[in-house]
Write a protein that binds this ligand. Sequence first.
Ligand code: ZN
Length: 408
Amino acid sequence: MIRFCLALAAVFISGAAPSAAQEGFGGLARLNAEASAITAKRGELRIQLALSQGVPFRIFTLDAPARFVIDFREVDWAGTLGPELVQTDLVRAARVGGFRPGWSRMVLELAGPFALVHAVLNTGAADGSADLVLTLAHTSPEAFAEGAGVPDPQPGWDLPPPADVGAAPARAPGAPLVVVLDPGHGGIDPGADAGGTLEKDLMLGFARELREALLRAGDIDVVLTRDDDSFVSLERRVSIAHSARADLFLSLHADSLGEGSARGATIYKLSADASDAASAALAERHNRADMLAGIDLSGTDDVVADMLMDLARMETQPRADLMARALVVGLKDAGLPVNSRPLRSASFSVLKSPDIPSILLELGFLSNGRDLGNLTDPAWRGNMAQAITDAIKAWMIADAANSRLVRQ
Ligand SMILES: [Zn+2]
């Protein structure tokens, strides 16, 4: 019965919704968050989204953990991040936001196996607004698993394939150092939120400023893992670094820490064992980003398990250690605020490249007022970009000297 209803919903979705959008007033459909809610009644889950106009959408589910995904072409979420729409324990986590340019996504992490039983897009209001109402009912874990997965390619519904980065040619001796800068989060994954100031936006801006500082320093090429507000999976961030044959991978963050009054820059390197509980929690939160963005993780190996194997054959780790220490010294020399325990380690998936020294830099904590003030101050960011550039230059020299020593 559930399968039959799903088929009906699919016909409705591919037929009616696009024409509704074509007859719309143009421009982006905008969510009215006040008139939207995710609620439960008698064990059924109800997703009601009030949109300023009809918009094409598609629906699918993902397993392990159970998630419900709606893709839209394209919705302005009007500052809504997702959690504020949820009024039921049947949804553990919710995210809404951009996915790739022209595409938006809603992802709900479900408390159990649920299947779509009814979908309707009510249009016809004089102002052109549209009400999308989806009803989900409990199903068996087996049925859920069977129905889960990213849909087969549908005409007009395929997300654009990620641009093929392609491997760069092997570099000549004396060629510029390649630094891959990784602005944390992006698109549907906002990162930390300090009263509307989002980590993803701050880090994209800072990565661009740091790119300029590095290019000015000379002898350095810079590649960004994202240069717009798109979602980029953790795996893809790592693969971009490999394709660019990076000498150094630097992930840029400014997270929130709930407990305590953490402040100042913190430098993380990869380790199977986190240096403290807060570091472990931070890594866990970052590693969940792909899951919460609706990426199908089935069939991919546990990246952290891979990393443990990689660690065993890593000669990269001492080079990453050297970079981490160069950053602490560089920031302190520049008089920039450094955390009281600046060197930490945790199992961040994005640092798992076995052959590229990889560091995650928390520039400061958005949960700390002083750090937030610094991060939103262009002059402070300029000093920070220069200090990181100086640290990378110092590391280049030390790393080259070390590699000569190793070869002798
Ligand atoms: Zn972050």
